[in-house]
Design a protein. Structure first.
Ligand code: ARG
Length: 402
């Protein structure tokens, strides 16, 4: 079961260079050799895939997805969707995401453990989708961004992710871990797409976040903190979270803290386009559109400041807010707001693999790693937007798209 890929160009994301005429040897699920074609012979009987006219790179990683979320069922439209229906929707979203070249995702919040079911079904081979790290329910305060605030008090509904106070929050981390969370997602501040809160206002206290982080790390799980607000970002970093999601209103102090603590920023700077263009039609609340108008541009400007300030960045888009499969549209903005195309690719490969804790298995085309490989016609190291046109996808040695 040996496959050989002849690559016209190959993006070495570790060195940050593009190599010519490379050969990758794949045995089973993994890469067993990679080097110049002249000195890397194809083993006898190997299947050869000719990508000599293309640029080959490691499968992309999106650190912020919601595969069970349908972007066209937002706001009150989402209330009629059962957790089971959402999980089944996720089957299609998973395929679209993988076919777009995203061979790994970190899914940061799903109701009914639909993300865990998707992950396990993909791993069992029931259908195709990316490798998944899952969070189960996003954990947050009552009435906060991670709760469900659209129903009247008569219904007395609270999301299963709600936990108030340090010990309740610790217990919630244990519950998520028990039912399949690989990573813990929390809501440190308010959000755009939630009712009745301000994106910039802090929600979890420092004390609650310290409890969550110590419990999660004790159980071997990293913590991803949704935080648009300045003080929430500050306290989440002090508490020791592994990544700040959104990061919209990060200030100079937050940038310095993130650099000092080695905290990753995962900033979803594409979806503003979709929210402003399609959001109302999709059912997003008028207040959400107004909130987006306040944070969208600031987030893009702060992306540039944080990156230039030396903060580690990993690629994450909040898919599910916008249509699955459009993930790579974000590369355009990452370059527009300060990265080189190579740096944007690194954010979606080696950096993301590091934040996942999967540095040994994904994120670069190196011996021993999974053969998660994509190819495009152009050269994405010159223009990362080429990654919206992925035309070859392999996951774990299996060709998904050619
Ligand atoms: N899920 C996020 C929230 O509701 C989406 C934010 C989208 N806006 C943005 N500028 N990134 O807060």
């Amino acid at each position: 079961n040996v496959t050989v890929i002849r690559a016209g160009k190959l993006v070495d994301v570790v060195a940050g260079t593009v190599l010519k005429d490379q050969t990758i040897v794949i045995t089973g699920e993994r890469i067993t050799a990679v080097g110049p074609s002249a000195s890397t012979p194809a083993p006898a009987g190997a299947r050869v895939i000719d990508l000599s006219a293309q640029t080959v790179l490691p499968g992309l990683i999106d650190m912020h997805t919601h595969l069970t979320g349908d972007p066209y069922l937002a706001g009150y439209n989402a209330l009629g969707v059962s957790d089971t229906r959402a999980a089944l929707y996720g089957v299609r979203a998973a395929r679209k995401t993988l076919e777009a070249g995203f061979t790994t995702v970190r899914n940061v919040g799903a109701s009914g453990f639909g993300d865990v079911a998707l992950r396990d079904a993909i791993n069992d081979g029931d259908f195709i989708g990316p490798r998944m790290r899952t969070a189960g329910y996003a954990i947050g305060i009552k009435g906060g961004h991670c709760d469900e605030n659209m129903l009247p008090p008569d219904m007395n509904f609270t999301s299963r992710g709600v936990a108030d106070g340090p010990w309740e929050a610790r217990a919630k981390v244990r519950e998520m871990a028990k039912y399949g969370a690989d990573v813990i997602k929390i809501c440190a501040s308010g959000g755009v797409l939630s009712k009745g809160d301000e994106a910039g206002a802090q929600q979890y206290t420092l004390e609650e976040m310290q409890a969550i982080v110590s419990e999660a790390h004790k159980l071997g799980r990293k913590v991803a903190a949704h935080a648009h607000g300045t003080s929430a970002i500050h306290d989440a970093i002090i508490a020791g979270v592994d990544s700040i999601e959104h990061g919209s209103l990060i200030d100079a102090d937050g940038i310095k803290l993130a650099r000092q603590h080695g905290t990753y920023l995962v900033m979803d700077i594409y979806n503003d386009d979709f929210i402003l263009q399609e959001g109302a039609k999709a059912g997003m609340l008028p207040e959400s559109i107004e909130k987006e108008k306040k944070v969208g541009q600031l987030q893009r400007d702060n992306f540039r400041k944080a990156f230039q300030g030396g903060v580690k960045m990993a690629f994450g888009t909040d898919s599910g807010v916008y249509p699955h499969g459009d993930n790579a549209k974000q590369f355009y903005y990452m370059v527009k707001y300060g990265m080189t195309s190579m740096q944007a690719i690194q954010a979606a490969t080696i950096n993301a693999a590091d934040l996942l804790g999967w540095k040994d298995s994904v994120g670069s085309l190196s011996v021993g790693k999974y053969a998660d490989i994509i190819a495009v016609q152009g050269n994405p190291a010159d223009d990362a937007s080429e990654l919206t046109k992925v035309d070859f996808v392999m996951k774990g040695g299996a060709v998904i798209r050619q």
